[in-house]
Design a protein around this ligand. Sequence first.
Ligand code: ADP
Ligand code: NI
Length: 190
Amino acid sequence: MDIIVRKAKEYINTLFRGNADGHDVNHTLRVYKNALQIAEAYPESDLFVISLGALLHDVDDHKLFHTENNANARSFLQEQNVEQEIIEQICAVINSVSFSKNRGRRPGTLEGKIVQDADRLDAIGAIGIARTFAFGGRNGRQIEDTLQHFYDKLLLLKDEMNTEEAKRIAAIRHSFMEEFLKVLHEETDL
Ligand code: ADP
Ligand code: NI
């Protein structure tokens, strides 16, 4: 089990090499770390499915790869001789993570809920702020225009968390974003 997790880390390192956007390898490693932290509060959850779901959650992201039916995740897991039934569970987790694909729908499994929360936590707090301005800059947007994303999405995420543990962490990150926005408005009031 641990060997497959290590191989998955090596795999994403290679796959995301040279990618400096919000989906770089460090995003995936943070989601993995968040997921393990949330999972500690749920001893009944399947840590293998959560770990692989988190580590592979972006390997078939349509913004980066032109694969169908989780092809990258599946071929990696098959190479590691993971049982077909477990591969299906991991792919179900991966497919339940995406914000845009799943508007309003909650994942059907505890493992899906945990990894979705883990991914959303990386969109808020200090790291969420950093990712958002990096994204805005890359897309040629000014700071003022990028700010709209906080009101459109980031400030709504704390109420979208599935698990109590993620709600707890999200509340802290949310207050930090509110404080940041307050100070930013003070400093930039013209
Ligand atoms: P995911 O694929 O993880 O659901 P996205 O690809 O939509 O998330 O976004 C990745 C990161 O890029 C977000 O956390 C956010 O910081 C940033 N981002 C996405 N859309 C915008 C936007 N319209 N303006 C500013 N930042 C954005
Ligand atoms: Ni992600």
